[in-house]
Design a protein around this ligand. Structure first.
Ligand code: NAD
Length: 314
């Protein structure tokens, strides 16, 4: 008889809440923790077990998933007092799905090599929306047989066609950081050209259609920018403080491998300016607002519809 593994989930924020809820719906027995106990209420009502520490989560789990803000939080949860390493059983699996760096996992593999722990980095794309719908993209780094063993668990949280085994340990983190770097670069570049074009007198819709019909088209221009242009939504589901963390990690990675990244550094500075202007909790797309503020105009395709929609919601 095949037994369903017990899954421990640590970090029940914008992303972790949807991901853990999907695991629960799929029938996995869950044990969870977060520094905000209220984040676990719905899961506990649904039958999940609450644990006070990461060590308790680990002691009761076959697979432990972490979904935490930054490498500092991952370090605390893994090797701090009451951390995962105090409870984890020999041979158990830890999957870090945070956007992070390999140092913590590398240290665990080196220091705990006798315990046979199986460790994967599996960061995600797809926003809080994708976490809630179970349609995340997942980029997995680690040993192929470990990836295949946990694939059924990953498939509950992600789109099976977009769960990619991208290489050995750390490759998942690296791919995810490069994806975010490029996407944030697209955002800043798009905000610049739309602001300049509109200021030069071109209609926003015509300008965007022209970009889409041109060799300069991108998924960002075609799809992602619409959340701002149609809804004024800067995606508060992903805080700009975390976007700045990702840009910092991406530039650290570039430095560590000896590649100068002038453009990435500029994009990082634009993001830091937006964070300073609009606050840590502003959405990841808020740098766009810097350009709207510069031209004293919100870039919206259908202002009258946006207005009508917001009146309905009020
Ligand atoms: P979040 O801040 O909403 O959630 C993080 C959760 O971790 C919070 O509930 C927090 O209370 C908890 N936490 C912090 N320290 C803890 C500790 N020591 N012990 C237990 N719990 C702790 O962040 P998020 O938006 O869910 O992002 C999580 C990770 O996923 C980040 O690395 C982020 O970069 C990445 N990510 C986010 C998005 C997005 O759209 N939000 C998309 C892709 C990837």
């Amino acid at each position: 008889m095949v037994t369903t593994p017990t899954v421990g989930f640590i970090g029940l924020g914008s992303m972790g809440s949807g991901m853990s809820s999907n695991l629960q719906k799929a029938g996995y027995s869950l044990i969870v923790t977060d520094v905000r106990p209220e984040a676990a209420s719905a899961l506990v009502e649904g039958g999940a077990t609450w644990a006070a520490t990461a060590a308790e989560v680990a002691a009761a789990s076959d697979i432990i998933i972490t979904m935490l803000p930054t490498p500092r939080h991952v370090t605390e949860v893994v090797s701090g007092p009451g951390g995962m390493l105090e409870g984890i059983a020999d041979g158990a699996t830890w999957i870090d799905m945070s956007t992070s760096v390999p140092e913590v996992a590398d240290r665990v593999r080196a220091e705990e090599s006798a315990r046979g722990l199986r460790i994967l980095d599996a960061p995600v794309s797809g926003m809080a929306k994708g976490a809630a719908s179970g349609m995340l993209q997942i980029f997995v780094g680690g040993d192929a047989d470990d990836v295949e063993r946990v694939r059924p668990v990953l498939e509950v949280m992600g789109d099976p066609d977009r769960i990619l085994h991208v290489g050995g340990h750390g490759a998942g983190y690296a791919v995810k950081l490069m994806i975010n770097q490029l996407w944030f670069s697209h955002l800043v570049a798009t905000a610049e050209v739309l602001a300049v074009g509109v200021r030069a007198g071109v209609d926003l819709g015509v300008l965007r259609d022209s970009l889409i019909a041109s060799p300069a088209n991108s998924t960002f221009v075609e799809r992602d920018v619409l959340s701002i242009l149609e809804h004024g939504d800067y995606d508060e589901g992903f805080a700009i403080a975390l976007a700045c963390k990702d840009l910092g990690l991406s530039i650290d990675l570039a430095r560590s491998v000896g590649v100068p990244v002038e453009l990435s550094s500029l994009v990082e500075q634009v993001y830091r300016r937006a964070r300073a202007s609009y606050g840590d909790k502003a959405g990841e797309m808020t740098p766009f607002r810097l350009y709207e503020d510069l031209i004293h105009s919100e870039l919206r395709l259908t202002p009258e519809l946006v207005l009508a929609g917001s009146e309905e919601q009020a």
